[in-house]
Design a protein around this ligand. Sequence first.
Ligand code: B12
Length: 140
Amino acid sequence: MALSTTPLLSVGFLLLLIQETLTNKGPASFPIRLTVESDLSNMTPESYSSSVVEGGVLLGALRRLQETQRDFKFTVKEDPDFGLLLESVNGVAGDESEQTYWEILSESSGEYSRLDVGIGCYKPAANEHIILRFSTWTQH
Ligand code: B12
């Protein structure tokens, strides 16, 4: 008796496992908007759409965008204290001697606020509009 129920139990377990795999959709994700602009040149601002998983950080949205859009790329530099610094966007890099950097802002109803943490820590909200603005730190 015990012998004949074992294969049945195994098949049942396998079916449960398959069902679990098929219905497990992972964490929900939501869209965010990104604009790349410059205070230092008259480039036309570029707009992009990306997505973030629930509770995920901005870095994830930038990576996803880089994987799907051929005209968006970025690099980061690791800081021992504060994590990841956004070093370059679309081939334009911040430069210590020129005092230039990529400032990161959030826009809502025409109001701009600077993020208080870097891309590796910031958790965007659904439909948030993030601005990557090439700027100088002498202006602030
Ligand atoms: C000066 C400064 C800057 C300058 C640094 C350039 C320079 N050479 O001076 C500039 C203007 C570039 C800058 C930018 C930003 N900064 Co700043 N910055 C500072 C500040 C006031 C002093 C740093 C310093 O000179 N330390 C003394 C030197 C000797 O030590 P250091 O280790 O070599 O310093 C380096 C790091 O601090 C690094 N750095 C500076 N800011 C940031 C931010 C991040 C996320 C990272 C990874 C590294 C980093 O640049 C410094 C020079 O190389 C600190 C506050 C503080 N009291 O530490 C905030 C601080 C480090 N910055 C902060 C933030 C949030 C930012 C921005 C994300 C703001 C924004 N929304 O755009 C951006 C970075 C954007 C990006 N591209 O990723 C936060 C970091 C908090 C966190 N937990 O992530 C801090 C702590 C201010 C705060 N909110 O309290 N910053």
